[in-house]
Design a protein around this ligand. Structure first.
Ligand code: SAH
Length: 267
């Protein structure tokens, strides 16, 4: 196959769900594309634009095939937008595109390929509750589709020992009902029982819900595939209605102040 120098591929993320949180650059890239490639529900978030834009919807979990399909279209001269949710570089299609290039036709490296940043779920979830990511934080996906459970456990343990705020992506799925329970058990063995745990569902949308708990009280059954779980650092705490992690290494509030924070709050 010849690779057309005129084709292009842009990898975009639609943000956490509401159109307001899709960046203008992403909207423009989608508008320019002749072809949209992505998981069906993500493509459904994009209003139909014009008759000459082709949609290639696929199932979840076939990222590499989807990436190859997009690269083949671009190599034929099409202008392809590969669509993820959130940010395309966070547990999403951007890395799959580069992996497909690495494993695929060497001429694909000559294509015009760009990645547009998007608003990842972790940022929308944090904003919904205050500033829990105010200090150092990390993100871990609990999906074991592409990595072993041993790797996930080693990283959770390291994040706990480093006292990072931890954003847990993919906390639950039908295929992995025990994943979050296992992670919380591991965290309980390494962090204080009163560590803040937040379940933020449908962040960045009008249907956003927040459940605030502690490691002691957190019920893994509260998480589904639209939930982002944030596990606090030692200094993560409540002020009024908000949860934040101070940027400085300031003293924790006194025990009496901390008792004011209830076990599980739904808002
Ligand atoms: N690329 C996406 C993440 C894909 S992994 C991003 O940057 O956001 C899918 C996981 O992201 C879900 O299982 C869930 O944990 C999280 N997620 C995606 N959208 C979310 C939302 N609106 N609210 C809460 N969590 C969300």
């Amino acid at each position: 196959m010849t690779v057309s120098p005129l084709g292009s591929l842009v990898v975009v993320g639609t943000g956490p769900g509401h159109p307001d949180l899709m960046t203008p650059a992403t909207a423009a890239a989608i508008e320019r594309a002749t072809d949209l490639v992505g998981y069906g529900p993500y493509l459904d978030r994009i209003p139909a634009r014009r008759g000459d834009q082709t949609r290639h919807a696929s199932d979840n979990g076939v990222e590499l095939d989807r990436a190859r399909q997009a690269l083949e279209l671009a190599a034929r001269g099409r202008h392809v937008a590969v669509v993820s949710g959130g940010d395309p570089g966070v547990f999403a299609m951007a890395a799959a595109v580069f992996e497909a290039i690495e494993k695929g036709d060497p001429r694909w490296t000559a294509l015009d390929i760009r990645v547009e940043p998007g608003v990842t779920a972790m940022l929308a979830a944090a904003a919904a509750v205050g500033a829990p990511l105010g200090g150092d934080f990390c993100a871990i996906s609990l999906s074991d589709n592409l990595k072993s459970r041993a790797t996930i456990e080693r990283r959770i343990a390291a994040a706990a020992d480093g006292d990072f705020v931890i954003a847990l992506y993919n906390p639950a799925s039908r295929a992995r009902p025990h994943q979050l329970g296992d992670a919380l058990r591991l965290l309980r063995a390494r962090k204080p029982a009163d560590t803040t745990v937040l379940f933020v569902r449908a962040a960045g949308t009008p249907n956003c819900t927040v459940v605030e708990a502690t490691l002691d009280t957190a019920d893994p059954g509260r998480a589904d595939m639209r939930t982002l779980v944030i596990v606090g650092a030692r200094s993560t705490r409540r002020v009024g209605r908000w949860i934040y992690t101070p940027r400085s290494e300031v003293e924790r509030p006194s025990a009496s102040q901390r008792k004011a924070s209830p076990g599980v709050v739904t808002r």
